[in-house]
Design a binder for this molecule. Structure first.
Ligand code: ZN
Length: 510
C-alpha cells in the first residue's frame, strides 16, 4: 500500500494564526488531498508548539498560566484550519502526555548512547529566540543578531548534543540525495551553512530560568530546549515510539506499523536550518531513519500597507474569504505563488486569479450543464464522447508529474489549461448549431458526453485546491463523490442526471 506521511511545523502558540501559517497549512493540505486522489493512504499532521520561554512570558503578560494560553491558542488554530477546510488527521499539542513521553524516550536513548554531555555555558542569551549567541555575534552593543533586542549574559550548566559529530554524514546525505531538500536554492543554502564547522547543540534550559518544558529524564533541574522538543513531535505522531519505554526497551527501533519516516516535512524557509540540520542529526544519533523529503516554501510579500489602506484595499488575503469563499482564497495562494519561491500579494493579482476560476472553470461548468439540461432533458448522453481524450490523457500525466515534483502552481496552471481547451471545444463544435441540425443528434451527444467527462476529470484535478467547489460540481454531474485520478482516466457519465445550480464561483462587486 502506498503510504504518505506529511507534516506542517507545529505552530508556536503565542499568537493567533496568520497568513504565513495559513499558506504552509493549505499547501500541505493540497498535497495531502492530492496523495489521497492517487489512492495513497495518508497521515497529515499539524499542531501547536506550546513550551518554552516565549510561551511562559506571553502567558504571564495576559495573566494566564502557560497551559491556559496553550489551550486557547490550540483552539484558535484548530478553528482556523476548519475554516480553511484543512483535512488534517492529527492535531498534536506538545503539552500532551504522549508527546512528553516520547521526548523523554528519545533523550534517554541519546543520553545512554553518550550523544549528550553536560558542560558550563557562559555567554550571551536572547530570551526572544531562546538561543545562545557568541561574543562576536552580539557585537559591542550586545544586541541579538536576529531580533535586535538586548541579550543577557548567562553562566549556567547546560546539556549539549554532539551535533558536530554528524556534520560529514549530513553533508554526504544531502549530496547523495539531490531531491532531499526542495527547492534547490534552499539545498544550496544548507550546504553553504555546513561549510562552517557545526557546533554542538545546547538542548537544555535551567528550570531556574524556565520551568515550562519537558524535564530532562537525567536531570530534574533542566527542561528540554523547545526546538528539540518540537521537532520530536513528528516522531510522536508517527506512532514509532512507545512513550512509556526506556532507552533499552525493544520497540524503539522497531518500525512496526508506524508512519515513520515522514514522506515530507513542509515549512517556511525561515525554519529550514532546524529541519535540515538539527533534526536529521538528532535522528542519526538516535539511529532512526531520516525523513524522505523536506520542502521549504517562500514568503508572501505584502504591498505597501499604507498605500493599500489609503485606496481602501484589503491587505490580508485571508480576509477575502468573506467575499470570495475559502476555495477562492486557497486557489489564489496556490496558483499565484510558485511553490518554493516568494510572491507578492496585490488585490489586482488576487482578482485576476479569481476571474480565471470564474470565467474559465466556472463558465465551462455552467454552459456544459445548461446545454445538457436544454438539449437532453438533463440526462448525460451515452456516447463515445472521445473528443477531448488526448487532452485529458496528457493533462493527467502532466499534472501528476508537477505534483510529484512539488510544483503545485504548475499543476494548477495545467489543470486550468484543460478547462480552457474544453471551452475552445464548445466554441468549435457549436452544440447550438448541432441541436438545430436534424441529422446532428449523434454529434451533439458526443459533444455533451465529452464535456461531462472533462468536467468529471476537472473535479478530480482541482479537488486538492478547491475541495468544496469540486465536491459541489461532482454532485451536479450526478456523481456521488469526486473521482480519484485513476477513476477519472476512464470514467463515463452516460445516463447520469445533471443539476443546474448557482454559479460555482459567483461574480463579486468590487
Ligand atoms: Zn533575539
Amino acid at each position: 500500500m502506498n503510504r504518505r506521511y506529511l507534516t506542517t511545523p507545529i505552530y508556536y502558540a503565542t499568537g493567533d494564526p496568520h497568513l504565513g501559517h495559513a499558506y504552509t497549512t493549505v499547501l500541505a493540505d493540497t498535497l495531502a488531498r492530492y496523495y489521497r486522489q492517487t489512492g495513497a493512504e495518508v497521515r497529515f499532521l499539524t499542531g501547536t508548539d506550546e513550551h518554552g520561554q516565549k510561551m511562559q512570558e506571553a502567558a504571564a503578560k495576559r495573566d494566564m498560566t502557560p497551559i491556559e494560553l496553550a489551550d486557547q491558542m490550540a483552539e484558535s488554530f484548530e478553528a482556523a484550519w476548519k475554516d480553511l477546510n484543512i483535512s488534517f488527521d492529527r492535531f498534536l499539542r506538545t503539552s500532551e502526555p504522549e508527546h512528553i513521553g516520547v521526548v523523554s524516550t528519545v533523550l534517554e536513548r541519546l543520553w545512554a548512547k553518550g550523544q549528550i554531555y553536560d558542560d558550563v555555558y557562559s555567554g550571551w542569551y536572547c530570551v526572544q529566540e531562546e538561543r545562545y549567541w557568541t561574543e562576536r555575534e552580539v557585537g559591542a552593543e550586545h544586541l541579538c543578531p536576529d531580533c535586535k533586542r538586548p541579550v543577557e549574559f548567562v553562566e549556567e550548566k547546560n546539556y549539549f548534543f554532539r551535533m558536530s559529530d554528524y556534520q560529514e554524514r549530513l553533508i554526504q546525505h544531502i549530496e547523495d540525495h539531490p531531491g532531499w531538500i526542495v527547492p534547490g536554492t534552499r539545498r544550496n543554502e544548507i550546504l553553504g551553512f555546513l561549510k562552517q564547522p557545526l557546533q554542538d547543540l545546547s538542548i537544555s534550559r535551567p528550570k531556574s530560568r524556565l520551568a515550562w518544558g519537558v524535564t530532562l529524564p537525567f536531570d530534574p533541574d533542566h527542561v528540554c530546549y523547545v526546538w528539540v522538543d518540537a521537532l520530536i513531535n513528528y516522531v510522536t505522531a508517527s506512532g514509532l515510539l512507545d512513550p512509556d519505554s526506556g532507552p533499552d526497551q525493544p520497540g524503539f527501533t522497531d518500525q512496526g506499523n508506524s508512519w515513520w519516516p515522514a514522506s515530507l516535512h513542509i515549512m517556511g524557509k525561515d525554519i529550514i536550518t532546524t529541519h535540515a540540520v538539527y533534526w536529521p542529526t538528532l535522528l542519526m544519533a538516535a539511529d532512526l531513519p531520516l525523513p524522505k523529503q523536506i520542502l521549504a516554501h517562500g514568503w508572501w510579500i505584502m504591498e505597501d500597507e499604507k498605500m493599500a489602506k489609503s485606496v481602501g484595499n484589503v491587505v490580508d488575503p485571508l480576509a477575502l474569504r468573506e467575499d470570495y469563499g475559502t476555495d477562492g482564497v486557497r486557489w489564489y495562494l496556490l496558483r499565484d505563488m510558485p511553490t518554493g519561491s516568494d510572491a507578492s500579494y496585490t488585490p489586482e493579482r488576487f482578482h485576476a486569479r479569481y476571474d480565471e476560476l470564474a470565467n474559465v472553470l466556472g463558465n465551462l461548468a455552467s454552459r456544459a450543464i445548461s446545454m445538457i439540461v436544454k438539449y437532453r432533458d438533463g440526462i448525460i448522453p451515452e456516447a463515445a464522447g472521445d473528443g477531448l481524450e488526448a487532452d485529458i490523457a496528457s493533462t493527467l500525466s502532466a499534472v501528476t508529474g508537477h505534483m510529484d515534483a512539488l510544483r503545485v502552481h504548475d499543476a494548477m496552471a495545467t489543470s486550468m489549461d484543460l478547462a480552457r481547451t474544453a471551452n475552445g471545444y464548445v466554441d468549435r463544435r457549436e452544440p447550438w448549431s448541432q441541436a438545430k441540425d436534424p441529422s446532428g443528434a449523434e454529434d451533439l451527444d458526443e459533444t455533451l458526453a465529452s464535456l461531462a467527462r472533462v468536467l468529471a476529470v476537472l473535479t478530480a484535478l482541482f479537488l486538492p485546491v478547491t475541495p468544496q467547489k469540486m465536491t459541489d460540481l461532482a454532485g451536479r454531474l450526478g456523481l456521488k463523490s469526486v473521482p480519484t485520478l485513476d477513476q477519472a482516466r476512464s470514467i463515463s457519465l452516460g445516463g447520469l442526471r445533471v443539476e443546474k445550480g448557482a454559479p460555482l464561483f459567483p461574480r463579486v462587486d468590487r
